[in-house]
Unconditional design. Structure first.
Length: 134
């Protein structure tokens, strides 16, 4: 797809965004063929609408990666592009093909879902530790 479309690239400075957009489009086409978005994800988003801003410590890195793998592709994608690939919200919007407001919303909900999973995981570890001591 890249080779066949390279002539359409007008601005060489936008090459990274253009490549991500092509890769994303191919991945999403593949994903749509195999999976459908669950209603449970939308229910989780609505239930979390009043949560606070979420932050993570460095010690939670492994747990964060695990939690990322549990997110919907849409949520994982925006977090990865914004925080791991250092694209701005506007750049992510260009790659994903949605408005910047939608990207901000997905980032917000994804961070809250990850925090919820991490908190639940921490409680489980604490209960297991107490059980081992007792």
């Amino acid at each position: 797809q890249v080779i066949g479309s390279i002539r359409k690239l007008r601005d060489p400075n936008s090459l990274p965004l253009w490549l991500y957009r092509i890769a994303r489009s191919a991945a999403m086409s593949h994903w749509r063929e195999r999976y459908a978005r669950s209603e449970t994800q939308a229910d989780q988003e609505r239930a979390l609408e009043t949560a606070e801003e979420v932050t993570f410590t460095r010690g939670e890195a492994d747990a964060v990666h695990w939690a990322l793998s549990q997110l919907s592709p849409e949520h994982r994608e925006v977090l990865t592009l914004h925080f791991l690939e250092d694209f701005s919200v506007d750049e992510v919007a260009g790659i994903v093909g949605v408005p910047a407001g939608t990207v901000k919303s997905r980032i917000y909900y994804a961070k809250r879902l990850v925090r919820q999973m991490l908190d639940k995981d921490a409680k489980c570890h604490e209960q297991n530790r107490r059980g081992a001591e007792g």
